[in-house]
Design a protein around this ligand. Structure first.
Ligand code: ADP
Ligand code: ZN
Ligand code: ZN
Length: 740
């Protein structure tokens, strides 16, 4: 095809295609003003009258199409680019590394409002405030105006003003009442920037003196030249990692630079944010999934304009533009939630490292249970290892013991011995925490007469019995139905719940300890906004004796009053099928154990197991996570699995059985495989059918990252071009978290 000389704009659009689109600039526009990273609106497709938002990533002087085949941009949205040049380069790099369409990558990096074309300006919202002429809420003349007097009282409680969001909570029709109050001259409406943070808690801060390990870590990170270096801060739970972060942040902020703090995706971030608020006086902003669009946009822009000194956020915050970035901290770097598991599958931890490298600044990865990836890099002298081997202050490490379940007397999943421990704990007036990673009452519903088992209609999976809701639910596709009274096969009425979930454990404990205040914390009990926070507050106020919870409870939270931790289902994971299951189990046990105990009452952790002699459990009992990790790393090296190799998985799902496998067979034949590339599959997924779709996958692996990358460079565009049934979906996962 001929090349035609013609200035065109290269536009990235959020579509699942690995290419950019050429458009003519609007007539009369000064090309000098168009900088890469600005948003434009372009015509796309026949149905799209309003056009689509895209991001201009470059200007070119020629293109394959003739001028009359090119369409013209409808609108230039931004004067200033959304990203700095450096950041745009990082995004282009990520698109290439993960082999993901550039348009989707760029759109993943900006707040929802900007994706919709909203101006990149800090949005203002209405704030209503009481005026001095307003009467008291108990003024007799308001006797018959109950809503008005109710609102007056609400205003008196919030002298700084009320937003629409909080006024809405007072009931419908608030706008009418407010406008009546404005007419009377009692209330005024003003415009304000969204307060992005909760009120600063007023508290005395006690700043501890650093112990020698902490001081060493702080010196190491900031003592040397301020240049790129990755530090792994390996510190047992409660060893004072957060205190180390605080000191580092203080220093960097005092040099007028910005700090990015990444935290895992959990419902517990409120506590951490409060600790930051208490400690720091500088402008701080948060970015997490709990924000609405306007809040998110505000936080993002405050960061971009350099007005926020500290940005704390979950995964996607790694893309926040920060003009004066001086330090990145990734807390709990091992946490799987740093990996985006759908769409653009990136690892925020890994992106953070690449970003630190490109910006030539230090980055600290903290964890009590470092990932094998990080430890591997330490062994290869790529990362600097810093250790905090002891709990800070006078708190000691919890002891870890095993409850041998072989032949033991069991009460609905709880051993008699554990029950006795819980009883002792109750008698001593202390709290216990029981951990079981399974929601619901029982994972299996079985007909005692004929052996029928309730299965999901859309998945190759059993239905879970949820007693409180009176339902059977699928934990894989979300399908739910009323619990049936009788077996659909034989009509037998004896349907038996087999195995235990958190509901059943709670019920059993309540029968056993009727006087105990038991609280269950799992996804079912915390789905309402703010519920998690309220529940945790009850635990801290000592209004709870026994806590029963899932994985949710294993992260980022301290329960100083808890002295007994029970792990009920360790065995399930001891022989897991995924190559990471042992690593994950070990991390989980150490993390859960770390929730417990403080100085006066050291914590005790009991693990129920049929395999008390298992080497993994034995290492953990010796508090030797590092030794265990080394051992696991040696195994990975022997078997050639990540992090001792690079892996990528192509996953396919299709409505018709066989389509996914057929597609992958054709795709596999196109791989131009050098010797150092291993290919496994195609194979059907472990749970072949999920949510009505049949799934298969193909794994590519190489000891050399470059070999894998080059193979993907060549192959992925071909996969994209393959003919396929319209309902077949495929995705690529580079550096997968699991092989499901
Ligand atoms: P981590 O983040 O490693 O779990 P934290 O930083 O939260 O640990 O510290 C745990 C507790 O120990 C906190 O209450 C903290 O205030 C306290 N602490 C931290 N460093 C010290 C120190 N050097 N001396 C005394 N107490 C400390
Ligand atoms: Zn039956
Ligand atoms: Zn299902």
């Amino acid at each position: 095809m001929d090349n035609h000389s013609q200035t065109v704009l290269r536009i990235a659009l959020p579509v699942p295609l690995r290419r950019v689109f050429d458009y003519l600039p609007p007539v009369g526009i000064d090309l000098e003003e168009l900088k890469p990273g600005i948003r434009v609106r372009v015509p796309f497709g026949k149905k799209d009258k309003a056009g689509r938002i895209g991001i201009m990533i470059g200007v070119a002087d020629s293109c394959d199409l003739e001028a009359d085949q090119l369409k013209t941009c409808l609108e230039i949205i931004d004067q200033q680019p959304l990203f700095s040049e450096q950041q745009l380069e990082l995004l282009l790099w990520a698109s290439a590394y993960y082999h993901h369409p550039i348009g989707e990558v760029l759109f993943a990096a900006i707040p929802t409002s900007l994706r919709k074309g909203v101006p990149a300006r800090i949005p203002k919202i209405s704030l209503w405030r009481l005026l001095p002429s307003a009467p008291e809420s108990d003024d007799p003349k308001l006797k018959r105006a109950t809503r008005q007097s109710q609102l007056l009282a609400f205003f008196r409680e919030n002298p700084e003003g009320l937003t629409a969001e909080s006024l809405r909570e007072t009931g419908s029709g608030w706008r009418n009442i407010i406008s009546r109050m404005i007419d009377k001259g009692w209330v005024e409406e003003t415009q304000t920037v969204i307060p992005c943070l909760p009120q600063k808690p007023i508290m005395e801060t006690h700043i501890p003196e650093l112990n020698q390990h902490q001081a060493y870590a702080v010196d190491k990170v900031l003592g040397e030249k301020n240049e790129f270096r990755v530090f792994l801060l390996d510190g047992v739970t409660g060893s004072g990692k957060t205190e180390v972060y605080f000191r580092l942040i203080e220093r960097v902020v005092s040099e007028r630079k910005q700090v990015m703090v990444l935290i895992p995706e959990i419902g517990l971030t409120v506590q951490l944010i409060e600790r930051f608020l208490v400690r720091f006086n500088c402008p701080l902003t948060v970015l997490h999934s709990g924000l609405n669009d306007k809040e998110r946009l505000t936080s993002w822009l405050l960061a971009r304009e350099g007005k926020a000194s500290i940005v704390i956020g979950t995964r996607s915050a790694v893309w926040t533009p920060l003009p004066n970035l001086g330090l990145i901290i990734v807390d709990e770097e091992h946490d799987p939630s740093y990996k985006q598991q759908e769409g653009f599958r990136y690892s925020a931890r890994d992106i953070a490292i690449v970003r630190a490298q490109r910006e030539n600044i230090p980055i600290v990865l903290g964890s009590a249970t470092p990932s094998l990836e990080a430890l591997n890099n330490v062994q290869q002298n790529k990362y600097e290892y810093l250790s905090l081997p002891e709990r800070a202050g006078s708190a000691s490490q919890p002891t870890l013991r095993f409850l041998d379940l072989r032949g033991a007397e069991m009460i609905n999943g709880l051993s008699r011995e554990l029950m006795d421990k819980i009883r002792d704990c109750l008698d001593a007036g202390r709290q216990s925490l029981l951990f079981l990673n399974r929601r619901g009452f029982s994972p299996v519903i079985l007909c005692h007469d004929c052996g029928w088992i309730a299965q999901c209609r859309h998945c190759d999976a059993n239905l879970t019995y949820h007693q409180f809701a009176g339902q059977m639910r699928c934990h894989h596709c979300g399908a739910q139905q009323r619990m049936i009274p009788a077996c659909p096969e034989c009509g037998g009425s004896e349907l038996v719940p087999v195995g235990q979930g958190t509901e059943q454990i709670t019920t059993t404990l309540q029968e056993f300890f009727p006087e105990a205040r038991i609280l269950r914390i799992d996804r079912d009990t915390t789905s309402r906004k703010g519920e998690m926070h309220r529940m945790l507050a009850r635990v801290h106020e000592r209004k709870v004796d026994i806590l029963v919870g899932t994985q949710m409870l294993s992260k980022g939270h301290h329960f100083p009053e808890v002295t007994l931790v029970g792990i009920l289902d360790a065995d399930n994971r001891l022989y897991g099928v995924d190559f990471r299951s042992t690593e994950r189990l070990a991390q989980l046990i150490v993390q859960v154990a770390g929730r417990a105990g403080r100085a006066e009452h050291p914590g005790e952790v009991y693990i129920q197991t049929h395999h008390p002699d298992h080497p993994v459990l034995q290492s953990l009992a010796r508090h030797d996570f590092t030794g265990l990790a080394k051992e696991l790393l040696r195994e990975r090296a022997e078997t050639g699995l990540p992090p001792c190799s690079s892996m990528a998985i192509v996953r396919v799902e299709a409505v018709h059985s066989g389509d996914a496998m057929d597609f992958l067979k054709i795709a596999r034949a196109r791989i131009n495989a050098p010797e150092q590339l291993e290919i496994w599959g195609p194979m059907v997924a472990q749970m072949e059918r999920r949510a009505g779709r049949y799934r298969a996958m193909l794994i590519l692996q190489s000891k050399h990252r470059q070999v894998l990358q080059r193979a993907l460079d060549e192959w992925i565009p071909q996969v994209e071009g393959l003919k396929r049934p319209y309902n077949l979906r495929w995705s690529l996962d580079v550096d997968p978290q699991d092989t499901f």
